[in-house]
Write a protein of this length. Structure first.
Length: 319
């Protein structure tokens, strides 16, 4: 049986497909997303507590490099094979180079349930992979439209604004802040919060995925078959990118749990940080296409099919 939290995603998806009146109030969803990202940061910081001296810089740099390489590799695929315009190709590549906090939460729950070994810094992968793709693809957009951009606004001011948007987004602030707090205080200092936040992590995740199922159904109805190339891309790409994460994990000689997390993050696509950054910096980009691909296709493919398969691959390779 898949993890119980996946059943809640399936329930939300089914409710949305049959057009049920089930809905999660926006205020509740906002609260859930805040608590979920903060809890993920705290868990990562607690894992780092007392182990900072063991951080491997080459490992962290390799993860950051993966965040730059993936979107740059996907951009020509999107323009030549999927046949979409340069602006939308940049937008979608940024979404797929960035990562999904929801997928990360699910794979961390899987790793914990399976008892796989994690390096303390594994939680940092989420933060390290979220920003590079957004920054590099926004730079590419600036580069491809340099003349128009220079005429409309000073280059340095625009780049500074983009970087500020990326670094101060809600997800980054909560994740980084949670990591720092968890690292400083450790399990003992966070003991008063442990029953509510850490003990209730799966409950938060289940309710979050229920809403994600509802949103996925809304994005996919009706399914735009005229975008069949993009739909195929969104369904196939996660399995290819997962092998990129596995390859990097094996090269770094990571334990099986860390490899699985890196594979899952590599295979995921952002539907929180990237849309906000792209919408602000490239208003002409069709965010609906990116959300259709990342949330409508890739997220359910990963949660329902991909993650168990990635775990099977990792266990076979590391056995």
């Amino acid at each position: 049986m898949p993890d119980i939290v996946i059943a809640f995603f399936a329930l939300g998806l089914l409710a949305g497909l049959v057009k049920s009146d089930l809905k999660v109030p926006p205020a509740i969803y906002e609260t859930l997303s805040i608590l979920l990202m903060l809890t993920l940061g705290l868990k990562g910081g607690m894992a780092l507590h007392g182990h900072t001296q063991n951080l491997v810089i080459t490992e962290l740099l390799a993860v950051v490099a993966l965040g730059f390489i993936i979107p740059l590799a996907l951009y020509p695929v999107l323009t030549r094979l999927v046949r979409i315009g340069h602006t939308d190709a940049i937008s979608i590549a940024a979404h797929y180079g960035s990562v999904s906090a929801g997928t990360f939460a699910v794979v961390m729950a899987m790793v914990e349930k399976s008892g796989l070994i994690l390096r303390p810094e594994t939680t940092l992968y989420l933060v390290l992979l979220e920003l590079p793709a957004i920054v590099v693809m926004l730079w590419l957009h600036r580069y491809l439209s340099a003349k128009k951009a220079i005429e409309s606004s000073p280059k340095n001011e625009t780049q500074s604004s983009v970087l500020h948007e990326a670094l101060t987004s809600r997800g980054v602030v909560l994740l980084v802040g949670g990591v720092v707090i968890g690292w400083l205080y450790g399990p003992t200092g966070l003991a008063p919060l442990t029953p509510v936040l850490l003990g209730g992590f799966k409950t938060l995740l289940a309710l979050f995925l229920l809403e994600m199922g509802l949103v996925t159904a809304k994005v996919c109805l009706p399914l735009p078959l005229q975008q069949w190339r993009l739909l195929v891309f969104a369904a196939v790409t996660p399995f290819v990118l997962a092998w990129c994460g596995i390859a990097v994990g094996l090269w770094l000689d990571l334990p099986s749990g860390s490899i699985l997390v890196l594979a899952a993050l590599s295979a995921s696509a952002s539907y929180i940080a990237a849309p906000a950054a792209i919408r602000a910096a490239i208003p002409e980009a069709n965010i609906g296409l990116a959300m259709l691909a990342s949330l409508g296709i890739t997220f359910p493919v990963n949660v329902l099919i991909g993650l168990p398969l990635y775990q099977h691959w990792v266990m076979l390779i590391t056995a």
